[in-house]
Design a protein around this ligand. Structure first.
Ligand code: ANZ
Ligand code: ZN
Length: 822
């Protein structure tokens, strides 16, 4: 298809320029240490190769590309890499279904996506491309596992884990959403299994404290979600003697001030402690109860709506401050893996304890006088501030005073101490699935867990396909006997490989470091290159990763920092979460039949119009309802912009002296440059596009009814427009640039600079009326916003003289009129 002189034909431009760009390869980051240009690192969250690119990809990559291309125009040495997070269940499920190898599905989808990315004209440095399912990549997952293992940060333990009965694999706490498997939606059950863990809890405090570095750079809600997930809680450990047991039992409480109000004691029903302290004649009841509890998820157990259940264990505990005997119960609302798996119950001031007390007729003792009605009568526990009562030496103190006082008392007597707890659990790493990184451990009957030595890495996956990969409760790797049976790396005796694979979140916890030196053969990344590029200046991706992926990446960065391999402690300086692309008010789905295909949209409207529509739809954080936007209108705008560039190009030659051009148009051009610069920097991309549209109209007017196409100001406007437009619509911008007499590529043309002298704005007079009478006149900028103008008017002394308090109504017609109804 030839490119027409007059018509805007997106498909022809795509065919022409995609091939040229492929040759020019304009977005390679320079590794050269002597390159003096300041560096910027922009990263899009990893693509998962589940098929071709979809509308969501279309949005996020278009948004991030605005920033990347802007930085290229500003002359930075930009790193904008691309890769695929290519291990994971969908490939394995497809392989089982089609009797194939997961790699076939994976790599063919990657090729499809790569071709689409190129057509979509994302400014990637293709030379750094990586796939996590390549042995050259996952080898370094194993190498890092070995480092974590040496540092005691990778360990194996038995315990109750979340198990998805459909996917036949364990899940991390993070992958259980409202009691269901995040992937397939099946109800998750608990199973006793020995599994590998990463000790992320060692980093809980630093993961919290270092968030100070991210304030302002990350969305507040993401920071809040991280904070909540880590869930730091401060309080005290208190030791209770249990009759008939030598060792005391410790409980964790955030309200040690309520110690005198403890009227019973509860042990997690599923904790070993429960049967240990249970009186022999109550064991049968405990067993029966436990069988019921095993069916419940943590969420259900902790739900305040759920009817309380439990069994009395036939024992008593002794309150360390007043010697009172209180009954010991087992219940499901106490979790075995939080705090110490046992609590002192204070029904007057804790709702769950109160529900339990009312159900089983246990006493309620108020110890903080809050002024509210007696919880024993209302059934509503009181947790607010108040004065201590019925609490011996604590009487009369405030809640806060009582907390510090009782901790002193406990510490003096050796029956307790201040303590901190976290909701965060260690990261469960093992997966009983095939398409992942084999855990590089050998189990030797004599030496125990022996890491595979670094020089024998990677431990590659054996060749397995189809039915052999079907889930069966143990890893499919266990049936690859030749692969499993190995010599112990330490003693040479017969040993077995670990058959689990790593959670694929490991792959994405450090890929951003690998991009700095892809293909490096003697380490996961080049420390020096990471020092130069890191940390990532701007990370862009979906808010669905607000907890997991970001927390794990932060954890990896801190461990690598402690190993002396990176010199920063937070990997992502700024984070942008884009909204979702929806249709007719709902998420796109097959069952609703409201899906929109990115490829179809591109066929119809062209890449540029689709990208422009994505970016113009609204603030990047907002959802885009495809039913409410118009790629056809975007296409029309691009055609208009194209004609301005073509006509200016035909009427004058490059290098004409803009200063001789029409002053009015020049002012519009320079104001646009100035504003677009600030708008792009502050991520108001949609407003930046609106400004480009205005500039296009101004240039059109100058051509048609002003000084004409040959005026130097028209060329100046068209050239500035081309460069600014190249951030969102690279094809039409490149063609326009050529028509304006410049060689490719516009991606490196350089950002236009606004001349300050042309930015001076005339002012307009704004009339301020109070009750219909003119009381003041203000000189304001013609572009002033309504809110700003209202503020100025209400601040005027002359106006205030006629106002008695806040006005009833203010009508603003910026920039010329403010009408105040007192
Ligand atoms: C007595 C008490 C009195 C409590 C009171 C609260 C209010 P966070 O903030 O989440 O850390 N608790 C301790 N261990 C538990 C476990 N394993 N399962 C369930 N609940 C547990 O909550 C700490 C509070 O939750 C602790 O403080 C304890 O109840 C309970 F007026 O102790 B409290
Ligand atoms: Zn051995």
């Amino acid at each position: 298809m030839a490119v027409s002189d007059e018509q805007y034909e997106p498909q022809a431009l795509q065919a022409k320029w995609q091939a040229r760009w492929e040759e020019l390869d304009p977005f390679r980051a320079s590794e050269d240490a002597d390159d003096e240009r300041p560096r910027k690192y922009l990263l899009d969250m990893f693509a998962y190769p589940s098929g071709d690119l979809h509308m969501g990809h279309g949005e996020v990559f278009a948004l991030a590309d605005v920033v990347a291309r802007y930085w290229f125009q500003r002359g930075y040495n930009v790193l904008h890499p691309v890769g695929w997070d290519s291990f994971g269940l969908p490939a394995e499920n497809a392989a089982i279904k089609h009797n194939a190898h997961p790699a076939e599905w994976t790599y063919s989808n990657i090729e499809t996506q790569a071709a689409s990315f190129k057509r979509y004209a994302i400014s990637f440095d293709w030379s750094r491309r990586l796939h996590t399912s390549d042995p050259e990549y996952y080898r370094w997952n194993q190498w890092l596992f070995n480092r974590f293992f040496e540092r005691g940060l990778a360990y194996r333990k038995g315990g109750l884990v979340n198990w998805c009965p459909k996917d036949q694999t364990v899940l991390a706490n993070e992958q259980v959403v409202a009691g269901r498997c995040e992937r397939c939606g099946s109800e998750v059950v608990r199973r006793e299994l020995t599994q590998w863990y990463f000790k992320i809890t060692d980093y809980a405090d630093r993961l919290l404290d270092d968030m100070a570095q991210l304030e302002g750079g990350w969305p507040d809600r993401v920071l809040a979600m991280q904070r909540n997930w880590i869930g730091r809680s401060e309080g005290a450990d208190v030791r209770f003697e249990i009759e008939g047991r030598d060792e005391p039992v410790t409980v964790y409480t955030t309200r040690p001030d309520t110690l005198y109000g403890a009227t019973f004691f509860v042990v997690a029903a599923d904790a070993p402690l429960a049967e240990e302290i249970c009186a022999p004649d109550r064991l049968e009841a405990l067993e029966a109860y436990r069988a019921e509890v095993a069916k419940l998820s943590d969420i259900e157990r902790l739900s305040t709506d759920k009817e309380k259940t439990g069994v009395f264990l036939g024992r008593h505990a002794v309150n360390p401050v007043n010697g009172e005997r209180i009954p010991v119960w087992a219940a499901d609302y106490v979790l075995s893996d939080y705090g110490h798996g046992a609590i002192m119950a204070v029904p007057a001031h804790d709702q769950r304890d109160l529900d339990f007390a009312m159900k089983f007729g246990l006493p309620v003792q108020v110890v903080v006088h809050t002024g509210l009605a007696d919880p024993g009568e209302t059934g509503v526990a009181t947790s607010g501030e108040g004065k201590l009562v019925n609490s011996g030496p604590l009487d009369g103190l405030s809640k806060t005073e009582a907390i510090s006082r009782i901790i002193e008392v406990l510490e003096e007597r050796g029956t307790g101490a201040a303590a901190v707890n976290y909701r965060l659990r260690d990261w469960l790493l093992s997966r009983q699935r095939f398409w992942g990184t084999p855990i590089p451990i050998t189990h030797c009957p004599d030496c125990g867990e022996v890491p595979v030595p670094d020089d024998q890495l990677p431990v590659t996956l054996p060749d397995m396909r189809g039915e052999a990969l079907a889930p069966k409760g143990v890893s499919p790797l266990a049936s690859a006997t030749d692969w499993v049976n190995v010599d112990c790396p330490k003693c040479g005796g017969r040993a077995l490989r670990d058959t689990d694979t790593m959670d694929t979140f490991v792959d994405s916890s450090w890929y951003y470091l690998r991009y700095c030196s892809p293909g490096l053969e003697d380490g996961p990344f080049d420390v020096e290159q990471v020092r130069r590029w890191g940390p990532i200046d701007q990370y862009v991706g979906g808010v669905e990763h607000a907890v997991l992926h970001l927390l794990y990446s932060r954890f990896f960065t801190k461990v690598l920092h402690d190993m002396g391999m990176v010199d920063f402690t937070e990997p992502f300086v700024r984070l942008l979460n884009q909204g979702q692309v929806i249709n007719q008010g709902k998420a796109m789905s097959k069952s609703l039949g409201n899906g929109v295909d990115l490829g179809d949209q591109i066929e119809k409207f062209g890449v540029d119009a689709v990208r422009l529509t994505m970016v113009f739809a609204g603030p990047p954080e907002d959802d885009i309802d495809w039913a409410n936007v118009s790629p056809a209108a975007s296409q029309k705008f691009l055609a208009r912009a194209f004609r301005v560039m073509v006509e200016a190009g035909a009427a004058s030659a490059p290098g004409t002296d803009a200063a001789a051009g029409d002053l009015e148009l020049r002012k519009v051009t320079h104001r646009t440059i100035d504003e677009v610069t600030r708008l792009v920097e502050s991520h108001h991309f949609n407003v930046a596009i609106a400004r480009m549209m205005e500039l296009t109209s101004a240039a059109r007017r100058a051509i048609d009814s002003g000084p004409g196409a040959a005026d130097p100001a028209v060329r100046e406007a068209a050239e500035a427009l081309a460069v600014m437009l190249s951030l969102v619509a690279p094809y039409v911008a490149e063609e326009g640039w050529e028509r304006l007499g410049h060689g490719p590529t516009i991606a490196r043309a350089g950002w236009p600079v606004a001349e300050p002298a042309l930015l001076v704005q005339e002012s307009v007079t704004c009339v301020v009326q109070v009750a219909g009478k003119v009381r003041d006149r203000l000189e304001v900028a013609p572009t002033i916003s309504g809110t700003e103008l209202e503020g100025l008017a209400l601040a005027s002394e002359k106006v205030r003289a006629y106002l008695d308090g806040a006005p009833r109504k203010v009508i603003v017609r910026a920039p010329k009129l403010v009408n105040i109804v007192p």
